[in-house]
Ligand binder design. Structure first.
Ligand SMILES: *Cc1c(COP(=O)(O)O)cnc(C)c1O
Length: 360
């Protein structure tokens, strides 16, 4: 068996101890004689797994008691629709910030339900910056303010939280949740597809403040109605049980390594090493404003794009995989989520230096 350093943007690398634990549990979870995949979601064993996962997540993020944690399906994309359906609550207008590809998708979906005011866009910089907060054109009667703290494709990340006042702040944290400590109380709602920084695909996390529940549009599918799901403890229908269990193992792993402060420090070091390698070279370029660079997704281009194919091929041979950039951006992208070991970044940097020496 050979494990590679997998820089995939998602589904993405998982912590090796988590996969090993899942393998140990595969045929017989904790003396039950069955796999977690084979259990009733309403049985004692799975309910204990589900509750432990929620408690560990609450501990990690210090989620206040007046927030519900929902373990849903439908991906972050499902939430693009569920958010306006649940949070409009009689209003018609919503505020969105456009910082790139995922913002745009969220905006397009919200337009089916609401009158979307784009408060700011980074289009002028080709989505390599974050528009300064003092220039945001906020609407006067917005039901909420939505933004994308980390643009997975463009590699642009907010390193600050917008001040939304009385208007609930809604954040798509699909690609940077749990990458460091977070003040959940600043948000009305946080959501994330699991397959980047939480666990396997199929699970979607929603952390939502109590007072925002109960006002869903009448036409909201009940599986997307936060109030219904909160009352049913995310089991209004069969939840993605195995993904939930695996997310729980990831939360335990995060606790074991020392929690989100420690994770934050490791992520800072990993990102610094990679950006330094890019900035110290005339051969590699990252286009993003230094103040807005993502710690999770690092796009970069080669001085000679003709070498892209060779770079990817040789990287693959060196055990560094899935570095091809998103089709809309080209070049390379290294996703260095929580589960990417620092040694993986070291190996990538070493390869980049060597490749440049041979090819530049
Ligand atoms: C991957 C991603 C999505 C889409 O997630 P799905 O689970 O595939 O719907 C949305 N937003 C961001 C920021 C992402 O990284």
């Amino acid at each position: 068996m050979t494990r590679v350093y997998n820089f995939s943007a998602g589904p993405a690398v998982l912590p090796e101890p988590v996969l090993e634990r899942a393998r140990e549990d595969m045929l017989d979870w904790n003396g039950t004689g069955m796999s977690v995949m084979e259990m009733s979601h309403r049985g004692k064993a799975f309910v204990s797994i589900a509750n432990q996962a929620e408690q560990d997540l609450r501990d990690l993020l210090q989620i206040p008691a007046n927030y519900k944690v929902l373990f849903l399906q439908g991906g972050a994309t499902g939430q693009f629709a569920a958010i306006p359906m649940n949070l409009l609550r009689g209003k018609t207008r919503v505020d969105y910030v456009n910082t790139g590809a995922w913002s745009k998708k969220a905006i397009a979906e919200a337009k089916k339900y609401a009158d979307v005011n784009v408060v700011a866009t980074a289009a002028d910089s080709h989505f390599t910056t974050i528009p300064a907060f003092d220039g945001w054109q906020r609407g006067s009667d917005a039901a909420y303010l939505h933004y994308t703290p980390n643009e997975t494709i463009g590699g642009v990340e907010f390193h600050w939280i917008p001040e939304s006042g009385d208007v609930p702040l809604v954040a798509d944290m699909s690609s940077n949740i749990l990458s460091g400590p977070l003040d959940v109380s600043r948000f009305g709602l946080i959501y994330a597809g699991a397959q980047k920084n939480i666990g396997p695909a199929g699970l979607t996390l929603v952390i939502v403040r109590d007072d925002l529940l109960g006002g869903a549009m009448a036409s909201t599918p009940s599986i997307f109605d936060y109030q219904v799901q909160a009352e049913a403890e995310s089991m209004s229908n069969t939840p993605p049980t195995y993904a939930w269990y695996l997310a729980g193992l990831v939360f335990q792993w995060l606790k074991e390594i020392g929690g989100l402060k420690v994770m934050d420090e490791i992520n800072r070091r990993k990102a610094e090493k990679l950006y330094k390698a890019i900035d110290n070279s005339a051969f590699y370029t990252n286009p993003v404003d230094v103040a807005a660079r993502s710690r999770m997704n690092v796009p970069f281009t080669l001085a000679d794009p003709e070498l892209d194919g060779l770079f990817l091929k040789e990287a693959e041979q060196a055990g560094l995989t899935t570095l091809k950039g998103h089709r809309s951006v080209g070049g390379m992208r290294a996703s260095i989520y929580n589960a990417m070991p620092e040694a993986g970044v070291d190996a990538l940097v070493e390869f980049m230096v060597d490749f440049e020496q041979r090819k530049a």
